[in-house]
Every structure is written in structure tokens, then in C-alpha cells.
Write a protein that binds this ligand. Structure first.
Ligand SMILES: Nc1ncnc2c1ncn2[C@@H]1O[C@H](COP(=O)(O)OP(=O)(O)OP(=O)(O)O)[C@@H](O)[C@H]1O
Length: 577
């Protein structure tokens, strides 16, 4: 438990946020609920006094030594018995693997019970409307220091077990795993209008899209990028991409997870359980020649790309310091003896006139496609996605997966884990698109936002720029204090162009040191710049590459557009200072 401690408080103080006075039957111990602090043990001889005072006059002053025995931030699941006015609460503490504890309380007053029920239910969300949450967990075993599976096992799994949620765990087995996995999702395509209509009837949009209600990604930014882009490729991003995503920091940099509170994984898991989401901004990069579109949260070129490229060989052994070590090496070995102009650009242009409601425009104009029947060939291929763990609470009839449309077949076992293969029901609806169709759809969407010939592009002066980054969020880095863009938040609806103006190698190292200090005070330095932008066109030199959410892409003209509030993410960004 959260450690017992005694403190004195006034009854009046408690009363403001109290959930009710309860009694635990077997041990005849007595408890008091307080929303801010959790659960209190009341000395037995004080109980009768308190009960009388509580029943007669809720504002009466009463000084009591109270023992805190549990805090709500540790609470994971309440169960209720309306006939008995009883709440059963399951607790779990941070850092412990299976310390689930149960307490049952009978509320003395019915109104207290109702009030407590309402408040306690808000602490852990087990359903979306009538539908029980059903979670897909994607783990990249080679991310960062290869701790992703361990994070799942020690942090997330105990909470999922305690709350008896349905979930399936998938380990990636290579770079194309996520793409295969997303392409095989059991997916009910709905049009935007249908979703709006359903919302009016009070149903939750995200519960209607896919067999999973929530996606958990345990890995780095690259794994999230793979997931987003696979959604975009295989299904319309305005539907599937709305399924809320929890990113637990299992990678090296974990820039986005860190900005959502990932330095405390337990708290992030609690955000997930309580369904505390924000609407995140993403970037869409449309490559002009290859007609390829990429979704991401940060994009850079020149110096940062070189650092990412050269540090990839150190994956797994140096952790986050691989970027620092390779960054310093790149600075010292760059170009001329003093100069740090490695932006590798011929031209960068800005379109300041992009409408604010671009996202809505995209959604409403998109082409509506019909679901297609699955044929046997596709079914055979679908069965190839391995599930390493699965927990399905069979008794829950409201669970989408209990309609037998998805079967698990045990095929093997590995290090004590059973390996299953998923097989889909023959009646399953699915979308199966060829690459040509995908390209066609992307270029349709692109045509809406690009319209590049009609845009009055404003040239951005590059004469004095060393490093340029486009980002929708702070870009914190795990394992260090680095914050690259301290003024940006993933849910502020904005994209920023930021970086360092032309500087000497020594100045560059100083700037890097400022970023590493994590105070955000590089913003005050004259060599640092940032500017809000909506759409940017980049003409890179042929010998450079792009770094898009930690992955390297070849040089090509690209139009980069901010899509505000496109994805739902669990967690909470830091307050702007
Ligand atoms: N089983 C696997 N074997 C080899 N590569 C994999 C596997 N699963 C995923 N990948 C590759 O791993 C990369 C993604 O790594 P990820 O972003 O999760 O970790 P990271 O690079 O260490 O962290 P960060 O991006 O936060 O710095 C992608 O390039 C993906 O293709």
C-alpha cells in the first residue's frame, strides 16, 4: 500500500471533499473516504462520535488523528453492489508487481454511496458506453535498451489484470510487422457522417471503428510513426487513427511519450486506465516526386538526420547518450573548421494562408469506400500475425471480441509464453487495398491541402541557419533533461519551425549544452529561433536526408502540413511556464 501515515485534520476540512463514511465488515475497522487523499482509518473509539456528527451535521468541527492507508492515485478498480450500498475497491501501488488489495465498504447513507460511486467510477474507465474496453498492445523488443517487454510486464500488465480488461499483446518481429498487423485489423469502416450521426445518439465514436478500443505502443517514436502510417495506408486516418493511443516509453529518445508524462510510467498507465486523453497535433509530409505521404510529430534534416543515422549503430548499448555522443562528433567533424552550416537546403518556403479548419476539410471531402468481403486467400494470410499473450474475460457479453469473430489458435510456446495465431471469422468485414489505390487516395487528400500552384509561398531566409526542425511538441528526450522546443505542446494546435542560426562549432556545442540542461533557456539565446508555421515546402539538396520521428527518409521536395488535433493520446503535457 501507499505507506501508512498519521496526520491530524479537521472534520470540516474532510467534509468538503468527502465521499462518505464507510465500514469494513470483517475487521470492524472504520474508514472515511476523502477524494483528495484517499482512504483513511479512523480510530475505533472515535467512530461513533464521527458517525453521529456526520449524520447530524456535516459541517461540525471534529479533530481526528487519521491514518492514511491508501491514496486514490493507487486505486485501480471499484466494484459496486447496489443492494448493499457496498463498494469493493482494488488497489495497486507503484513499483510493486502484484500487490492487489481489496477493501469492501458499506456506506451508511445511500446518498453517500451514490456520490462515492459516481466519483470512484470516474477513477477507472472500464467501458466506452456499453462496450468493454479491448486493448491491443504493440511491443518493439529491440527499442532503446530493449526494456519494452519488461515495462509491459511490470507496469502495465498488473493494472490490466487488476481491472480485468481484455487485451492482446503483440511483439514486433521486424520493420514490416506493424504494417502487416494494421492491414489485418478487423475493421468496420464508417463514414464521417455515420460517426457524427452515431455520436448524436450518445455512442462513443472510438468504440465503433475497430475490434480494439485502445492501442498501447511500447517502444520509441519510430514505433508510433509506423503505427500511424500503417493506419493511414490501410484505413482512412480520420476513423482508425481516432482510436486513442497510449505510448509507454520503451525506446531511446521517446520524445512524444516524455512530453505526455512518460517519465512516470505508472502515472501514464493511470491516465490510460482513467481514459484521460488529449487531442494531439500531427504533421503530414507529402513527398512530391514519389507521391508518398508520411504522418509524424517531428521532422528535421541536415545535422539532426546525420546524428540519427550515425547513432543507429549504437542502438541497444549507449541508450539516449548515443545521440549526445554522435551529436558532438558530428559537430567536431562538420564542414569547414569553424562553420556549422549543415542545413543542406536550397530553399524553404512557408504558406501562412492555410485555413485553420484544414482537418475538417480533409475529413468531409474524403472518398467513401464500401467494405469488401474477405476471401479465403486473405484469411490464410491474416493468420500469420502472432499474439504472444492474450487475456479475454469471457463472461462479459458486451465485449466485441466475444462474438467469436476472432479465434486464437495455440501454435507454440516461447520462454514460458504461449504463442497464438489469430484467425478471423469468414464473415469478417475488411478493407483490402492495393498500393495503387492507396496512392490514389493519398494524392486525393494531398490535392486538398497542397494546391501548391495557387499558393503564394513566402521564402524563408536560410542564409544564416545551422539547424532547422519542424515539430508539434516539446521533444523531450528520456534519460536526459533535453527539451528542444519548450514552447510547443502536442495539443496546442500548432507546428513550429525552430533551430539554431549559423554558429561556430563552439557556439553549436554551447547550444547543445543549453538544450541538454533542460531549462528551456536556449530560447533566450540570440542564435536560437522559432516561428509558428502552418505549411512548409522544403527543397533539400540531393545529398541530405530527412529524419522523420527518428526514421531516415531520402532527400526529395516535400510539403509539410500541420494537422491540428488529429489523434487521441493518453497522458497530459506539461503546463507551459
Ligand atoms: N523486431 C524488430 N527487429 C528489428 N527492427 C525492428 C523490430 N521491430 C521494430 N523494428 C524497427 O525499430 C525501429 C523503431 O524503433 P523505436 O522507435 O521503437 O525505438 P528507438 O529507435 O530505440 O526509439 P526512439 O525512436 O524513441 O529513439 C523501426 O525502424 C522499426 O522498423
Amino acid at each position: 500500500m501507499g505507506g501508512t501515515q498519521t496526520y491530524v485534520t479537521e472534520y470540516q476540512q474532510l467534509d468538503r471533499a468527502c465521499l462518505g463514511l464507510g465500514r469494513q465488515d470483517e475487521e470492524t475497522a472504520y474508514y472515511f473516504f476523502n477524494e483528495a487523499h484517499g482512504l483513511f482509518k479512523i480510530p475505533r473509539d472515535e467512530y461513533e462520535n464521527l458517525r453521529k456528527a456526520y449524520s447530524n451535521d456535516r459541517t461540525k468541527k471534529l479533530k481526528l488523528p487519521l491514518k492514511i492507508i491508501c491514496k486514490y492515485r493507487e486505486l485501480v478498480m471499484p466494484e459496486f453492489d447496489d443492494n448493499m450500498n457496498e463498494a469493493k475497491i482494488h488497489y495497486l501501488t507503484e513499483g510493486a508487481i502484484h500487490p492487489v488489495d481489496n477493501y469492501s465498504f458499506n456506506f451508511l447513507l445511500e446518498q453517500d454511496y451514490e456520490y462515492a460511486k459516481e466519483n470512484l467510477e470516474g477513477l477507472t474507465k472500464l467501458r466506452y458506453g456499453e462496450r468493454k474496453r479491448n486493448i491491443a498492445i504493440l511491443i518493439n523488443p529491440i527499442s532503446g535498451k530493449q526494456e519494452a517487454y519488461n515495462i509491459y510486464k511490470t507496469k502495465l500488465r498488473p493494472l490490466l489484470k487488476a481491472t480485468r480488461m481484455n487485451y492482446k499483446v503483440y511483439k514486433t518481429d521486424g520493420p514490416d510487422f506493424v504494417d502487416r498487423w494494421v492491414s489485418k485489423l478487423k475493421f468496420k469502416q464508417r463514414t464521417y457522417d455515420e460517426i457524427q450521426e452515431t455520436n448524436k445518439e450518445g455512442e462513443n465514436e472510438s468504440s465503433l471503428i475497430c475490434e480494439y478500443t485502445d492501442i498501447v505502443i511500447i517502444g520509441g517514436d519510430g514505433l508510433l510513426a509506423l503505427y500511424l502510417n500503417s493506419c493511414y495506408k490501410h484505413h482512412f486516418f480520420d476513423t482508425l487513427i481516432k482510436i486513442p493511443i497510449c505510448i509507454l516509453p520503451g525506446g531511446t529518445g521517446n520524445a512524444l511519450a516524455m512530453d505526455l508524462g512518460g517519465n512516470n510510467i505508472f502515472d501514464l498507465c493511470m491516465n490510460f486506465l482513467r481514459c484521460e486523453t488529449i487531442e494531439g497535433d500531427i504533421i503530414r509530409a507529402d513527398f512530391e516526386d514519389s507521391k508518398k505521404s508520411i504522418l509524424c510529430t517531428a521532422l528535421s534534416w541536415g545535422f539532426p538526420s546525420k546524428v540519427i543515422e550515425s547513432s543507429s549503430d549504437w542502438r541497444g548499448c549507449l541508450g539516449a547518450s548515443r545521440y549526445t555522443a554522435c551529436g558532438a562528433k558530428e559537430v567536431l567533424c562538420a564542414g569547414g573548421p569553424w562553420n556549422m552550416r549543415s542545413h543542406h537546403l536550397t530553399k524553404v518556403e512557408h504558406n501562412p494562408g492555410l485555413p485553420d479548419d484544414i482537418t475538417r476539410t480533409l475529413i468531409s471531402k474524403r472518398k467513401i469506400e464500401e467494405d469488401k468481403e474477405t476471401d479465403e486467400e486473405n484469411l490464410k494470410e491474416q493468420a500469420a500475425v502472432p499474439i504472444i499473450e492474450s487475456e479475454e474475460i469471457k463472461s462479459d457479453k458486451s465485449c466485441y471480441t466475444s462474438n467469436l469473430s476472432y479465434k486464437l489458435v495455440k501454435t507454440d510456446s516461447m520462454k514460458g509464453h504461449n504463442i497464438y495465431k489469430g484467425e478471423f471469422d469468414i464473415k469478417q468485414d475488411q478493407i483490402c487495398e492495393s498500393d495503387d489505390e492507396n496512392i490514389e487516395r493519398m494524392s486525393q487528400l494531398g490535392a486538398i491541402i497542397n494546391q501548391k500552384d495557387e499558393i503564394d509561398w513566402e521564402n524563408i531566409d536560410l542564409k544564416q541557419v545551422s539547424v532547422m526542425v519542424l515539430t508539434t511538441h516539446e521533444c523531450r528526450r528520456s534519460g536526459t533533461k533535453d527539451i528542444f522546443a519548450p514552447f510547443s505542446r502536442i495539443n496546442d494546435g500548432k507546428m513550429f519551425l525552430c533551430g539554431f542560426k549559423e554558429c561556430s562549432k563552439v557556439e553549436m556545442l554551447m547550444m547543445m549544452a543549453k538544450v541538454s540542461a533542460g531549462h528551456g533557456n536556449q530560447v533566450k539565446m540570440s542564435k536560437y529561433f522559432h516561428q509558428e508555421v502552418k505549411q512548409i515546402r522544403i527543397h533539400p539538396r540531393a545529398d541530405t536526408s530527412f529524419n522523420i520521428d527518428g526514421e531516415i527518409y531520402e532527400s526529395e521536395n516535400v510539403i509539410v502540413t500541420c494537422l491540428p488535433k488529429m489523434i487521441n493520446l493518453f497522458g497530459k503535457p506539461y503546463d507551459l511556464e
